[in-house]
Write a protein that binds this ligand. Structure first.
Ligand code: ATP
Ligand code: MG
Ligand code: MG
Ligand code: MG
Length: 505
């Protein structure tokens, strides 16, 4: 099946179960001060779950474009390194608003995966919430009993609160969830370990594809749980992961979702994909990042120097630097991927094709602007680390004939291989290197960055009195100007976006 057919089959399947197909919400969230980007299919239905909007259709299904680059869900550092986390991805979903519950949701997910998509049953396993006594949360025995009809018990895994209990925030709708994982290892490798199946964290070929959330409780201010008057189902399946499984690939990037982009990059760079780990990572990152950037721009957020605009500028600059350093693409190039992408998404997310020229122009301008300072910034970075290395070698009386890259030398010096916050700040201020890019470049050389000093330098420069109060409570940030708060520092990943962390006192 092609990616397009796979997506269509999902929507058709749920349509046949009386679900109404709705459009994806934009990836940029404009009317919610608590969330910058859509990070899950359920975001656009938040008010329905809270009982604050009327329910038009009790069953809906869609494919939602999502972005996970900030806040609670930040997968940026995984991208390109592993083969199944993206910045922008599609989340296929089906919802019940006070209509069907666990029995139907579980039966249908099983039917879809094994009968429509024909995934061999013995490659699937599921997790259910084990319960948490301290928190007064019961084990989801109902889901366990339902799954037992389809899955042998040794492949039903008990999961903890972190993985298998979903909460919107400190208060509000919440409930246990049940995940479906696929074991994509070759048949002869697939074996039970000590009577337990591997969980996804244990093996890169064992991946989580689908999460079924069962909203059954309302968490009150005093922390107690109340049964919701109407129970809801909220599911999310990673489209690119599903395609990988169905196309029998060992990486999302080997599917027809990513190959057109990767092959375009490879042709331009004159380097084959699959020949070298470093150039492969660069191609994967570029293919991934251009999707995020293009959709964010198409949905109305331009790159800029703060908040959501800066998140997207940071991603773009990372991609430009990967192209420059590892693929030797020294001229603006990312923008040329926009038409390839727009073609792919015709009939799915028309927003891109409709604004193709505009999106391409914005990306081109960003590339031109960063490429003006990138080379000098990289030179500065290289000479800084080189000088520091020489200094550390002599300070520690290490034979200068020895290589700095040497494992033994590294083991002695590693705690001192720190890029000063002042220098990281200079790279940012003068050459436009976002701090996460400097951290990434440092990591590649096994250095780290003094973030405390960096944040101080940033603060010194800005000299602002910031009275905003933001408490990050999970998927949403609560904004409440009357809250009594205490400053607890900057959110590292977000320092540039001017998000300041406060804690209730
Ligand atoms: P993971 O544990 O792999 O990070 P998750 O538990 O954070 O995934 P959920 O919040 O449960 O993910 O989202 C539902 C589904 O969306 C997941 O089962 C997965 O298939 C998909 N998904 C989540 N994050 C990503 C991502 N960064 N890129 C691609 N697909 C993703
Ligand atoms: Mg995750
Ligand atoms: Mg997970
Ligand atoms: Mg999950």
């Amino acid at each position: 099946m092609t990616a397009k057919e796979i997506r269509q089959a999902y929507l058709k399947f749920f349509e046949s179960k009386q679900h109404h197909i709705v459009a994806s919400a934009p990836i940029v969230v404009k009317n919610d001060p608590t969330l910058m980007f859509t990070n899950a299919g359920m975001n656009q239905f938040k008010d329905l779950f809270l009982g604050e909007a009327p329910i038009k259709y009790p069953r809906v299904t869609d494919t939602q474009r999502c972005l996970r680059v900030s806040g609670k869900h930040n997968d940026l550092e995984e991208v390109g390194i592993d083969t199944y986390h993206h910045t922008m991805f599609e989340m296929l979903g089906n919802w019940s608003f006070g209509d069907y519950f666990k029995k139907e949701a579980i039966a249908w997910s099983w039917e879809l995966l094994t009968e429509v998509y024909k995934i061999p049953k013995d490659k699937l396993y599921v997790s259910i919430f084990e319960g948490d006594e301290k928190e007064g949360l019961p084990r989801d025995t109902e889901a366990y009993e339902l799954w037992k009809q389809y899955v042998p018990e040794e492949r039903i895994i008990l999961g903890n609160k972190k993985d298998n209990f979903w909460e919107m925030g400190d208060t509000g709708p919440c409930g246990p969830c049940s995940e479906i994982h696929v074991d994509c290892r070759p048949d002869d490798e697939r074996k039970l370990v000590e009577g337990k199946t591997l969980v996804n964290a244990d093996h890169p070929q064992v991946i989580e594809i689908w999460n079924n959330v069962f909203m059954q409780f309302n968490r009150l201010k005093d922390g107690s749980l109340q049964l919701l008057p109407a129970q809801h189902v909220d599911t999310g399946m990673g489209f690119e992961r599903l395609v990988r499984v169905l196309q029998g690939k060992s990486s999302n990037y080997d599917t027809d979702v990513f190959q057109p982009l990767i092959q375009f990059i490879a042709a331009k760079a004159g380097i084959q994909y699959g020949m070298n780990e470093q150039t492969d990572i660069a191609m994967r990152v570029m293919a991934d990042h251009v999707r995020a950037i293009a959709f964010v721009i198409a949905d109305g957020q331009l790159p800029s120097n703060n908040k959501a605009g800066y998140v997207i500028r940071r991603i773009l600059r990372r991609a430009v630097r990967y192209a420059y350093t590892f693929l030797n693409l020294k001229d603006p190039f990312l923008n040329e991927l926009v038409p390839v992408l727009a073609e792919q998404f015709k009939g799915v997310f028309e927003e891109l094709a409709l604004q193709q020229d505009f999106v391409q122009k914005v990306i081109l301008e960003e590339e031109v602007s960063f490429l003006r300072t990138l080379a000098t910034g990289i030179q500065r970075f290289d000479s800084y680390t080189k000088k520091q290395a020489e200094f550390l070698m002599s300070e520690n009386a290490i034979d200068p004939e020895k290589s700095f890259e040497d494992q033994w030398v590294h083991s002695i010096l590693k705690d001192q291989m720190v890029i000063s916050g002042e220098f990281a700040f200079e790279l940012n201020d003068t050459y436009g290197f976002p701090i996460d890019l400097t951290e990434l470049m440092a990591r590649e050389k096994r250095w780290s960055v003094d973030m405390e000093e960096y944040n101080k330098a940033l603060l010194k420069q800005k000299e602002r009195s910031r009275a905003a109060t933001a408490v990050d409570t999970g998927d949403w940030v609560l904004v409440n100007p009357d809250l009594e708060v205490e400053f607890v520092g900057y959110d590292d990943a977000e320092a540039e976006t001017e998000i300041i962390k406060y804690r209730r006192v």
